[in-house]
Design a protein around this ligand. Sequence first.
Ligand code: B12
Length: 327
Amino acid sequence: MSEPSLIQKFSIKTTARIVDMNSHTIRAWERRYKALDPDRNEANNRRQYSQRDVERLSLLARLVRQGHQISHIAGLSNDILETMLMSEPGDAKIAAPPVEQLILGRCIAALEKYELVLIQAELEAARNLISAEHFLTQIAVPLLRDVGARVYNGTFSIAQEHALSSILRAQLMQTLFNLRNAIAVRAFTRKDQEHGLSICLATRDGDLHEFGILASAILVANEGHVPHYFGPNLPSAALADAARAVNADIVIVGNTPSAEPFGEQRQETYARDLQNKISPSCQIWWGGVCTLKNPELLNRVLQIHTLESLKENLRSVFPHSKGRTTV
Ligand code: B12
């Protein structure tokens, strides 16, 4: 059985949105200047753009915006186009912000006008274009922080924050699902494949901030381990039961102190409860903002404050898993 293709192809409409051009101009560049030659869908003969095609169009578009004529640059290789962009005078470089900033700007502008479908489309296109990890660190986390700051200073409403959260959640769940699926397909097609660790993720009951654990679950899968995502708001007894059921090697609990109804004590109680109920061979990782102080607990629980250090820890407990799963 052959492994299903995970290579993403884009329609002309999506491509146009990503590179900020209109479809008509893209077709004209192809027809008149042979700037690129995308594949065609066998069923309906529609254009299908690869990630490389999108990168090429983006380079051409940026150079044209900087004053080059498409007829002069259409036949050049991507390497030469990149070199030309890098050697442009400083002002021109400043004029072309990184693509992540464009995406963030467009999402914020759409959220200002409550154009939720636009944000959805924007994030969907971005998610398919860049790696899962890049999407998390360069798009999802900055977007949540930006919107959080706007709610805090009163320029965005709580409704806008909730809308963004639910759109982003759907996108990240889809990424998690794709990665999880890729792991399952791999295990099925290559029976000799060594399996990753079994890792449970949740937040404490009362803590509704789930993006830390959702992002962590994606990193876990990206490293080739098997994430069991139980979402936010899970009582310790239920998490301990689940960890036993899936024979977990590690349990990861995400933490945001705002949701702490009983102060620091609440994290301690939860961690202690978990420690008493799960197998001693199962590690407990305490992610995000940790308020644990008890030395005995800190002996048993590993604190991990950032997503970057989660990735490092995942690699050190299982060093062969260098980013094995990609979609
Ligand atoms: C989205 C959001 C919500 C959503 C959550 C939706 C969801 N499905 O998750 C909703 C609307 C439910 C919500 C509710 C509340 N929220 Co809120 N929320 C946010 C917001 C905007 C984004 C948080 C987020 O997900 N960020 C993305 C994560 C990935 O990034 P991060 O939180 O910065 O975490 C970093 C690290 O800590 C670490 N990390 C975090 N978790 C984990 C987990 C693991 C395993 C690891 C390894 C690492 C890790 O990695 C991240 C990247 O470096 C922040 C604003 C902000 N500036 O952060 C407020 C914020 C966290 N919320 C806050 C508050 C006060 C609340 C409420 C009490 C508001 C209210 N009055 O009702 C409630 C509490 C609800 C509850 N019981 O939990 C405060 C917390 C203040 C504080 N430090 O005490 C913030 C900072 C807003 C503010 N400026 O006041 N919130």
